[in-house]
Ligand binder design. Structure first.
Ligand code: BGC
Length: 288
């Protein structure tokens, strides 16, 4: 299938047409700067502008830098806080007037590597993809099957979440040498190895391109390799995801997402009410 794959990031929104059987790009990659502030409506409008520059595709898939569950964005570590609880598939589908499937960005990158990159020779194993950019993204595949939304960039390391300690943004922010950053990143990989015992760790995102600069600091028994699809992994994986969903006859989560959010908010309100009742001062009992 020919699908439009889009990678939504904090600084750029990039898209290209992809042959989802071969992983080949069928167009140039187009990039538009992410609007600031990157609110849901502003990002949706930019996505529409980007998609309008392509024709003749059958599906649209977007990699998104947050948890995407039931078509809803639940976290906002490196994006505008207003994304939390936004039904992202509904928003994008309605804005573009075309079904849009949305998946976590690291999961998308992992899908591309498992299908077209180094992961394809490791289908019968446990493979972890770690994307190293503004955040730390993770994807886990067991026998080729993805366990989505693992969020392992949020493990605690040195009293903070790992992505504050050893993402590429942390390296730049703290002006760390590759040696120093490599040691930090090695600690992170050691933790992942200890907790999950993967057979292979694939690195994606910005820092994967500089692998040779910190490779000698990586001391884990698990083989660690840079992604072969490099910074195109997010685009290719998002396109493959959308093609799979379309071929399976699935539609983006729209009504289900609304129902899910409604139930969630009702449960939260109930919980808040109970909490208030439990902490409210008891009325004085009558003496007579
Ligand atoms: C987010 C993840 C995302 C990663 C890479 C993290 O801050 O929580 O969902 O995959 O950044 O963009």
């Amino acid at each position: 299938m020919i699908a439009l794959g889009v990678d939504i990031g904090g600084s750029g929104i990039k898209g290209a047409k992809v042959n989802t059987e071969t992983g080949e790009l069928l167009s140039e990659k187009i990039r538009i700067a992410t609007p600031q502030p990157a609110t849901p409506e502003a990002v949706a409008a930019t996505l529409k502008e980007l998609a309008a520059q392509f024709t003749d595709y059958e599906a649209i898939g977007c990699g998104f830098p947050a948890t995407v569950h039931h078509g809803i964005c639940f976290t906002a570590a490196n994006i505008d806080q207003t994304w939390i609880n936004t039904p992202v598939e509904k928003l994008f589908t309605e804005t573009l007037g075309h079904p849009v499937f949305v998946i976590n960005d690291a999961d998308a990158a992992g899908i591309a590597e498992m299908k077209f990159g180094i992961g394809k020779d490791h289908e019968k194993e446990i493979v972890m993809m770690i994307t190293v950019g503004t955040g730390l993204g993770s994807a886990i595949f067991v026998n080729g099957v993805l366990m989505p939304n693992t969020e392992l960039g949020h493990l605690i390391l040195s009293d903070d979440i790992a992505e504050h300690y050893c993402s590429d943004a942390a390296r730049q922010r703290e002006d760390l040498s590759w040696n120093k950053w490599g040691k930090r990143f090695n600690r992170y990989l050691q933790r992942l190895q200890f907790l999950f015992n993967p057979d292979l760790i694939i690195l994606g995102g910005g820092a994967s391109k500089s692998f040779s600069k910190y490779q000698d600091k990586i001391r884990v028994r698990t083989p660690v390799v840079p992604a072969t699809t490099l910074n195109l992994a997010g685009i290719i994986g998002a396109a493959v995801y959308a093609a799979g969903e379309t071929n399976a006859g699935h539609a983006p989560n729209i009504t289900e997402a609304e129902e899910y959010i409604k139930k969630m908010l009702e449960a939260e309100a109930k919980h808040e009410k109970k909490k208030k009742q439990a902490t409210a001062p008891k009325e004085e009992e009558d003496d007579d």
